[in-house]
Structure formats: structure tokens, C-alpha cells
Write a protein that binds this ligand. Structure first.
Ligand code: SF4
Length: 346
């Protein structure tokens, strides 16, 4: 007897790591809506590093570095042979819609704001724009008539976790100490927590017997080196600049994380890590509340001043992040994921 041909569904994602993380609920909706289909995720290398831990996907393909402006031909080559039945993308561009068409999919779904609408069979509304990011992306599932509301989840398989444990041990990780991840950088300067606050929190965590794993991109390495140099011996494991897939596997081992409004921090939340998110200029309403994450903000009339972040504080004082002091963060962390009492004389 002939086996039925399995449907194939393509999701093309671009943007920063955060954009890929915020697409996870959409992937969950598609998994529920197409339970027997092969669900394929296509993104740049860093996005693919996130997607390889998305339980909703069967297959992940990468198009090259995030910074490269790849062609549709290269994206099709990354996908390999075989046509798709359904293709979706939250990317609003003619090129992305052209990729969906060239994938062979008869059903093509995107946002309907520009001329690319001509290449789509189903269009989701672009507005209202000021909504929770992940809920905006799930409009693509709704445009197909699918139920929405799946949680955004990432899971690191046991072999990758074991490998991550070995990597950290080689860098001085001590299994008996609690591991707290700290995101030291981030894209927009106004989103960042001051370095001196990071240093003080690291010292206080070390005094409670924890080890601090510094995470961030290649641009955060100099900062992380300074922090590690000023920390008590053995207090810090510096993983800034590591590959995104490695960072996420290592993040999944942390008992708690302190982050900012960044893709890595939101990925930590999707991994289920108890996470404090220090929000300065950004709107807390842009993310979905989950039980294991808490927002720390300051009661300032100027905030939020921007959805994505800015180069400089328009008020000149940057109090939205400066006023979030290490003592406040430590006490919020204690409430979320209790640590040991401070050890004096360490
Ligand atoms: S204006 Fe206010 S919210 Fe915006 S960066 Fe400055 S302190 Fe932060």
C-alpha cells in the first residue's frame, strides 16, 4: 500500500535573535495545526542555532551569517530539493515573498502591508502594531484559520546539555555551585545595565556561593573580560562571544538568569530558566508574562521611551537602568530563585 505523502510546511525567519525567539509561539501553533506535516524552519545561522532547540520543528536549515544579505537562490539551495505545500514568513519584503513563491508552496502567508501582498495567498493584518511581539507573529497562523496561543518553548536535548556541562567544566565550572547567567551587553546602549552594577552583582552572587556565567555577543567580550578580571577567583565563567547554540545549551543549565530586553534573555525564558528581565527604555507590554520570569523596572515618567532602544538617553541621565541597583536585583532574584545566605570572609 502506498504511504500518504507528508505535507511540508516552511517558515522563513530573519531579524535578530529576539525576532526568532518571538516566533516560537507561531511555530507551536503550526505544529498543532499541521500535526503530521514536516515543519521546516529556515533562518540565518544564528537564528538556526535557536531553531534547532525548537521542539515544534522537524527540520532546520541555515542560510549563512546574520550579517550576510543572501539571495533567494542561496536560500532555496539551503532548503534542498522538494516542494512545500504551505510557506509562511513574518518578514515583510518582496524578496521574502518571492522565496515563498519559489518554494513551490500553493499556500503562502505573510503580512499584507506592501506590494509583496501580490505574491501571497493569505495576508495577516500589520496593525495594530503596538502589541506583544509574539502575538503579532501568531497572526500568520490565524490568517490560515488555525487556533493560536501556543507557548514559546525551547528544549535542549540531553546530549547537548551533557556537552555543555563538559565545556563549562573545562572553563572552571564547579558543579556544586549554583550557576547564574548574566547578560552583560545587548544591542542598544540604553538597554544595557551599567557595568559597575554587573560587577557588584557578580561579587554579591559569588559571596553566596554562586558562579556567574557571563553571556553575550562578540561585542560584549571586552566588557566581560573586565568583569571577570575584577571578580573573585573562580566566580565567573565567561561565555560571551560563544556560538548561539552553545550559549543556549549552557544557559539551559543555569538555575537563574539576569538579563535585559535581548534575544538571548528571552531565549533563556523560552528554555524555562527563572529569569529577571531588567527593562529600561522598553515597553514591558511588548512581551508575554510567564510565571518563571519577572520584570524589574523603575517608576519613571519618561519610560518607556522606545520600543527597541536608543543610542542615548533622551533625558541624559539613563536612570531607567542606573537606578536598578544590584541590591534590588539580588532581592528580586532571591524571590524568584532562592540563593544561599552571604558567606563572609570569602
Ligand atoms: S528617557 Fe527615561 S526611559 Fe528613556 S533611556 Fe532615558 S531614563 Fe530610560
Amino acid at each position: 500500500m502506498e504511504r500518504p505523502i507528508r505535507q511540508r510546511v516552511l517558515v522563513f525567519l530573519k531579524g535578530g535573535i529576539g525576532d526568532v525567539v518571538f516566533s516560537l509561539p507561531l511555530l507551536g501553533d503550526l505544529r498543532a495545526g499541521f500535526p503530521d506535516a514536516e515543519l521546516v524552519g529556515l533562518s540565518h545561522d544564528q537564528g538556526a542555532d535557536v531553531l534547532r532547540y525548537a521542539p515544534a520543528l522537524d527540520t532546520v536549515r541555515a542560510t549563512g551569517p546574520m550579517s550576510a544579505r543572501g539571495t533567494v537562490r542561496e536560500a532555496l539551495a539551503a532548503l534542498g530539493p522538494g516542494r512545500f505545500d504551505v510557506a509562511l514568513t513574518p518578514v515583510r519584503s518582496w524578496r521574502a515573498a518571492w522565496l515563498l513563491l519559489r518554494s513551490g508552496a500553493r499556500v503562502r502567508v505573510g503580512f499584507g502591508g506592501g506590494p509583496e501582498r501580490l505574491l501571497l495567498t493569505h495576508a495577516a493584518p500589520v496593525r495594530p502594531f503596538e502589541v506583544v511581539f509574539s502575538r503579532r507573529f501568531e497572526r500568520l497562523a490565524a490568517a490560515l484559520g488555525l487556533p493560536t496561543g501556543a507557548p514559546g518553548r525551547l528544549e535542549v536535548p540531553a546530549p547537548a546539555r551533557a556537552e555543555a556541562e563538559r565545556r563549562l567544566a573545562a572553563l572552571g565550572r564547579t558543579a556544586a555551585r549554583r550557576l547564574v547567567a548574566l547578560h552583560v551587553g545587548g544591542g542598544w546602549p540604553t538597554k544595557r545595565w551599567p557595568r559597575e552594577h554587573c560587577a557588584e552583582l557578580t561579587r554579591r552572587l559569588a559571596a553566596r556561593g554562586a558562579q556567574v556565567m557571563l553571556v553575550g555577543g562578540p561585542g560584549d567580550r571586552a566588557s566581560a573580560r573586565d568583569l571577570a578580571g575584577a571578580a573573585p577567583p573562580g566566580a565567573v565563567v565567561d561565555r560571551t562571544g560563544a556560538a548561539v547554540a552553545d550559549t543556549l545549551a549552557e544557559l539551559s543549565l543555569a538555575s537563574a538568569a539576569v538579563g535585559i530586553d535581548s534575544g538571548l534573555s528571552h531565549a533563556g525564558v523560552a528554555l524555562g530558566v527563572p529569569t529577571l528581565l531588567l527593562f529600561g527604555p522598553n515597553d514591558p507590554a511588548s512581551i508575554s508574562p510567564v510565571a518563571h520570569a519577572r520584570l524589574v523596572t523603575q517608576p519613571l515618567s519618561c519610560r518607556p521611551c522606545n520600543r527597541a532602544g536608543k543610542e542615548r538617553c533622551p533625558e541624559g541621565h539613563h536612570r531607567c537602568m542606573r537606578d536598578t541597583d544590584p541590591a534590588q536585583v539580588l532581592s528580586a532574584l532571591e524571590a524568584l530563585a532562592p540563593l544561599r545566605p552571604e558567606v563572609t570572609g570569602r
